[in-house]
Design a protein around this ligand. Structure first.
Ligand code: ADP
Ligand code: MG
Length: 587
């Protein structure tokens, strides 16, 4: 996110909010500032002793001073090291505390955000907020604080030292210093610009190469070699150009800065050659002045980046607070139920996703009595999954009512309501854990290994795990990469069996499978459907012929309804779909 687009008022609010994160750790934070000030003081003190060393030690030939110096130098560095440790340690201590707090808050908040939020934000974007952006907040702001206080204090110390020795010569620096600072700040702005462009360009290089590699077959089939090569060559050259720009500004700026510094040295030398100056200035004072001038360059350069670091930190914090400010899923329901009977009624329900004009559900009404099976069929995009999304309160209808056992589902406590459903869909989410633990994920309380084994048998999981050395304790790999589609599906079914909810929703639970595996899983599914209210969204019509009622959906409307026999007899849309599939086609 670019910092320019955030209004100042928002930046201020973000800054205050960020301060609140540091507040609990103010003792450690103060300690670290103390360390920074101490560090700058030691450095200034060190340079102030140059005069004594040169004038009293070398010019006056006093060996004692040199010996004192021998003890003095290590002592100074012990102090410097101590202050450095204190400042770095405590600054990072506070920084990492803040990062940890933010990460936890983000994680906990993201779980609570409604499904609509997650549908509208990519996983990559949200992940990078948890991992990267939170770290950016601490890194950028820590750096800003460190430079501002430590280097700021050092600059003040050196300037005081210079003015103490000769205000006339110090004035030279006051003229030249800002000039150098200006050059540095212009250059670093340019740097950031170019670096950002290099980042984008590198991204394009990767994307273009990836496209060719992934689409290699298509490229060679359609003779796209030349086109792809040209595309890549353009992007490749952009990257080179940007890199060269970076090198140019880098080397030019160094020369310009050195040139300005050399002018200032000439001016100092000219001023020092005036007779009244010559008598007044000792060799030591003169050396102190020159050394201080040179020493000032580095902190000044760093100070010019404080603002941009700070802005980066604020922008990162802002992007985190945006997520934290999203409203979590609302739950005003009060009614507590242990186990519903399972009577479901949709009463003239209307619903559209987001700002979409076209309704996903258009005045839909139906009823399923407890223990019965309702099947939903229709083209993809006709609104079948939406019905399941509304039942589980992932989304809220804009009109009409949805009743469970005669009570509006929004009157139930959300937790109680969701417990009434077991959902098996085409996409099975598996956690990187054992098969047994993945099954147990659906359970509401502790389950015994015997019970897990029982449902695993019912879902025909043991058929393939019994051949594995670790059986049900086999790890499934990240998101179940070690398992086939049918095996994953069976784990989802076992999970649903264990959950033992009164209402079952099967959303194209078997559509990813071939007919052979489907037949197998169908047995497990019918077992799951016993004594439950089921809503079955079907892909193959053969699987729902026994449903008590079938709704044929189209464009969010119920086109036809009735039993299989009735619908076939009517010779309408269902009949057409059925004959299509009967002749070997699929929906
Ligand atoms: P089906 O399950 O019958 O294939 P859906 O109920 O998933 O259809 O979708 C119904 C309509 O709503 C489609 O036009 C689809 O594009 C749209 N839709 C589905 N999910 C979302 C969503 N998360 N955001 C916006 N539109 C959606
Ligand atoms: Mg669907």
């Amino acid at each position: 996110m670019s910092t320019e687009t955030i209004p100042d008022a928002v930046k201020q609010r973000t800054f205050k909010r960020l301060l609140a994160y540091i507040k609990p750790y103010r003792a450690a934070f103060s300690l670290s500032i103390f360390g920074m000030l101490g560090y700058a003081a030691v450095d200034t003190f060190f340079f102030s002793q140059i005069e004594t060393l040169i004038d009293d030690g070398l010019t006056e030939h006093n060996p004692k001073i040199l010996l004192y110096g021998a003890i003095f130098v290590p002592l100074v560095f012990i102090g410097r090291g101590l202050f450095n440790f204190i400042s770095t340690y405590f600054l990072n201590w506070v920084g990492f505390r803040v990062v940890t707090t933010m990460r936890q808050q983000l994680f906990d908040h993201m779980v609570k955000l409604p499904v609509s939020f997650h549908d509208n934000h990519s996983t990559g974007e949200l992940l990078s907020k948890i991992t990267y952006t939170s770290q950016q907040v601490a890194e950028a702001s820590s750096r800003a604080v460190l430079v501002l206080i430590r280097e700021g204090a050092f600059v003040i110390g050196l300037l005081s030292l210079m003015f103490y020795h000769s205000w006339q010569l110090s004035l030279v620096f006051l003229v030249v210093g800002p000039l150098i600072a200006k050059v540095v700040s212009v250059v670093s702005k340019r740097f950031r610009q170019v670096s950002r462009r290099i980042q984008t360009a590198m991204g394009n290089v990767t994307t273009t190469a990836e496209q060719m590699l992934n689409g290699h077959k298509v490229v060679v089939m359609y003779e796209g070699q030349k086109r792809e090569s040209k595309r890549f060559s353009d992007i490749n050259n952009v990257t080179r150009n940007q890199n060269m720009k970076l090198v140019t500004s880098q080397s030019l700026s160094t020369s310009v800065i050195q040139l300005i510094a050399s002018f200032s040295l000439s001016m100092v030398l000219v001023l020092a050659s005036f007779p009244e100056m010559l008598t007044e200035l000792s060799a030591g004072a003169f050396t102190t002045l020159l050394t201080s001038m040179i020493m000032l360059l580095r902190p000044l350069k760093q100070l010019t980046t404080v603002n941009s670091d700070f802005q980066r930190g604020i922008a990162a914090a802002q992007s985190i607070f945006e997520v934290l400010d999203e409203r979590p899923e609302q739950d005003t329901g009060k009614l507590v139920i242990e186990r519903a009977q399972g009577n479901i009624r949709f009463d003239d329900v209307q619903f559209a996703y987001g700002d979409s004009d076209a309704p996903a559900l258009d005045h839909v009404s139906f009823e399923v009595t407890a223990g019965k099976t309702l099947a939903l069929v229709g083209r993809s995009g006709s609104g079948k999954s939406t019905i399941s999304n509304l039942l589980t309160r992932f989304y809220t209808p804009q009109g009409g009512r949805i009743l469970l056992d005669g009570v509006d589902i929004y009157d139930y406590k959300l937790k109680c309501l969701r417990r009434q459903f077991a959902l098996v869909s085409q996409h099975v989410t598996l956690f990187n854990d054992t098969i047994a633990n993945n099954i147990a994920y659906g359970a509401r309380s502790e389950v015994t290994p015997e019970r897990i084994r029982e449902v695993a048998e019912q879902a025909f999981i043991t058929e393939f795990t019994d051949n594995l050395p670790l059986g049900l304790d086999t790890m499934v790999g990240e998101n179940g990469v070690m398992l086939s589609g049918g095996q994953r599906q069976r784990i989802a079914i076992a999970r649903a069996l264990l959950r033992d909810a009164p209402i079952l929703i099967l959303d194209e639970a078997t559509s990813a499978l071939d007919t052979e595996s489907e037949r197998h899983i169908q047995k497990a599914l019918s077992r799951l459907q016993q004594n439950r209210t089921s809503i079955v969204i079907a892909h193959r019509l053969s699987t729902i012929e026994n449903a008590d009622e079938i709704l044929v959906m189209e464009d969010g409307k119920v086109l036809e309804r009735g039993s299989h026999a009735e619908l076939i007899e009517r010779q309408g849309a269902y009949y057409q779909l059925h004959s299509l599939q009967f002749n070997g086609g699929e929906l």
